[in-house]
Unconditional design. Structure first.
Length: 264
C-alpha cells in the first residue's frame, strides 16, 4: 500500500510538474542582441549615405563656383570705371533739316553740322582690337544721303552676325514699326567696327551692302560705333572685340536712341 501511495505521489508530481521550457534569460538575449546589431547597421548606413550626399553636394558647389569664376574672369564686361553710367532717355532732339526726332540721355551731346547729326556719349575708356585702351566715346551718326567718304566705310563693312530687328518705341503714323540693325567689321567678321540701320536688308554673316549703299538723297544713314575726338570722318570707328562691343551701357543706350527715332 505504501508503495502504491508513493507511486501515486510520484505520478502526481510528474503530471503537475511544468513542461520544460528554454531558460527565459537565454532566449531573449539572442533576440535583443540581433535587434541592436540591426539598428547599428541601419544607423551606420544612414550616416554613410548622409556623408556621401554632403560630399557630392559640396563637390557640385565647388565645380559651379569654379565655372562661374572662370566665366567671370573671361568675360570682358564693362565697369563703372570704364563705361558711361546707366541712364534713361530724358532729352528730346528734333531736326527740321533732316525731318527726324529722337530721345537721348541727358549727358550725351548732340551736334548738327554739315547735313549730319552726331549724338555722342560721355567720354570713357574702352579696349580696341588694335590700339589698346582708348579714351573715347560711342557715336550715333545720322544723315540723309551717303557721301563718298561714308561709302568708303560702308563698302568695307562685312556683316559679323545676322541682322536683328529693332522695334521703334513711338513711330509716327506713316513710319514703319520695325527696322533692321546690322553689325559690321571693317573688312573682317572677327571684329566689330560699326552698326548700320539697313531697313529691309536682312543680312547674313559675311554679307556686305557695298560702297553705294544709301547714296540716294532721301536715304537715311543711321550708324553707330566706338570712336574718339581724333577721328575726323563721321563713320571713322575703332574696332573692338566681338565679345565686348554689345556689353557696355554706351552701346545699349545708343540702340535705345535708335529705337526712339521718329520720322517727321
Amino acid at each position: 500500500m505504501e508503495d502504491d501511495l508513493q507511486s501515486a505521489s510520484d505520478s502526481l508530481k510528474e503530471t503537475t510538474k511544468p513542461p520544460h521550457k528554454p531558460s527565459p534569460a537565454h532566449a531573449p538575449k539572442q533576440s535583443h542582441k540581433g535587434t541592436i546589431i540591426s539598428i547599428i547597421l541601419i544607423v551606420l548606413a544612414i550616416i554613410g549615405g548622409l556623408a556621401a550626399w554632403k560630399f557630392v553636394l559640396n563637390s557640385s558647389k565647388s565645380t559651379a563656383s569654379t565655372d562661374e569664376s572662370k566665366t567671370a574672369a573671361s568675360a570682358p564686361t564693362a565697369t563703372n570705371a570704364n563705361d558711361v553710367p546707366s541712364a534713361t532717355l530724358t532729352e528730346t532732339y528734333n531736326s527740321t533739316a533732316l525731318n527726324i526726332g529722337f530721345k537721348y540721355p541727358k549727358k550725351w551731346k548732340v551736334t548738327e553740322t554739315g547735313g549730319g547729326i552726331r549724338v555722342e556719349s560721355p567720354q570713357f575708356s574702352y579696349p580696341t582690337s588694335n590700339l589698346g585702351s582708348v579714351d573715347g566715346n560711342f557715336r550715333v551718326y545720322i544723315r540723309q544721303g551717303a557721301r563718298k567718304a561714308d561709302g568708303v566705310y560702308i563698302g568695307k563693312g562685312i556683316a559679323i552676325k545676322p541682322s536683328e530687328t529693332i522695334t521703334y518705341t513711338q513711330p509716327e503714323p506713316d513710319q514703319r514699326k520695325t527696322t533692321l540693325l546690322s553689325s559690321f567689321g571693317d573688312s573682317s567678321i572677327d571684329i566689330f567696327s560699326f552698326f548700320l540701320i539697313a531697313g529691309n536688308f536682312q543680312l547674313k554673316i559675311g554679307d556686305t551692302l557695298g560702297p553705294d549703299y544709301g547714296s540716294e538723297p532721301d536715304a537715311y544713314i543711321i550708324a553707330g560705333g566706338y570712336t574718339s575726338s581724333s577721328a575726323v570722318d563721321d563713320l571713322a570707328m575703332n574696332a573692338v572685340a566681338l565679345d565686348y562691343y554689345a556689353t557696355t551701357n554706351a552701346y545699349k543706350q545708343a540702340v535705345q536712341i535708335i529705337s526712339s527715332i521718329q520720322l517727321k
